[in-house]
Ligand binder design. Structure first.
Ligand SMILES: Nc1nc2c(ncn2[C@@H]2O[C@H](COP(=O)(O)OP(=O)(O)OP(=O)(O)O)[C@@H](O)[C@H]2O)c(=O)[nH]1
Ligand SMILES: [Mg+2]
Length: 214
């Protein structure tokens, strides 16, 4: 017999951590250690990855690490595949109800587009949507020159910015990336990181984990 004292509390609403950033900027490389950190803290996490073209090999690495992975392919979730995104989230909520869903957007998605897509989500209202944009300082000058609205939009729409590949970037490239972020989104918290410097990366990952802590 059950009583109201022993009834299971309703599950807490899901929290979303959205990773934006141009193709090859370093999103997956950062999500891997973040997912490990969340798992170590007992935070149940699912991962949705949106690849516009071929499916990469990264998903197998994620699965090998025990992460539940959902793939959305052959289009971008912020424009053509809005329905796929909300349907996948609904399936995740029903089947798994994790604490956190990490979404790796395609390299051509903008935070605004993803947030508009998420407005169509019909499940339990999401407790938080935290959006991180990953900036590759070694390429930002060229990308800002030729893909200005996309790259600017990815920075402007973020809650937090990770400038990555610090081990590879020159001082001038880092300065240019910092200037661009300061110009476009002066209020955004900015972390400069490298996936090859785990100690230096730890505070940035902790800040992201904190943003979606249940
Ligand atoms: N030197 C260096 N290379 C990095 C770093 N982070 C990522 N990379 C490399 O950059 C390339 C792209 O990294 P990914 O993590 O796959 O980037 P992504 O944004 O997920 O790429 P897509 O999903 O294809 O858009 C890979 O060759 C990584 O090894 C870093 O901090 N330093
Ligand atoms: Mg990736």
């Amino acid at each position: 017999m059950t009583s109201s004292n022993t009834a299971e509390p309703p599950p807490t609403p899901m929290r979303l951590l959205v990773f934006a950033g141009f193709l090859g900027s370093g999103k997956t490389s950062l999500i891997l250690p973040l997912a490990t950190l969340l798992a170590a803290g007992g935070i149940r996490t699912c991962f949705i990855v949106n690849e516009v073209g071929d499916v990469g090999i990264d998903q197998q690495v994620m699965r090998d690490g025990g992460l539940e992975v959902y793939e959305i392919t052959a289009g971008c979730i912020c424009c053509q595949l809005t329905v796929d995104l909300v349907t996948t989230l609904g399936e995740i909520e029903t089947r798994i109800h994790p604490d956190v869903v990490i979404i790796e957007a395609s390299g051509v998605a903008t935070p605004t587009g993803i947030h508009s897509a998420l407005d169509h989500y019909q499940g339990t209202p999401l407790a938080a949507i935290h959006t991180v944009t990953v900036v590759d300082p070694t390429r930002i000058e060229a990308l800002l020159a030729v893909m200005t609205p996309l790259i600017e939009g990815q920075i402007i729409g973020a809650d937090e910015i990770l400038i990555t590949k610090m081990d590879e970037a020159t001082d001038d490239e880092v300065a240019l990336a910092l200037d661009a972020v300061a110009r476009l989104h002066p209020q955004a918290p900015v972390h400069t990181v490298s996936v090859h410097d785990r100690a230096g990366l730890a505070p940035a990952l902790s800040a992201l984990a904190e943003a979606v802590r249940p």
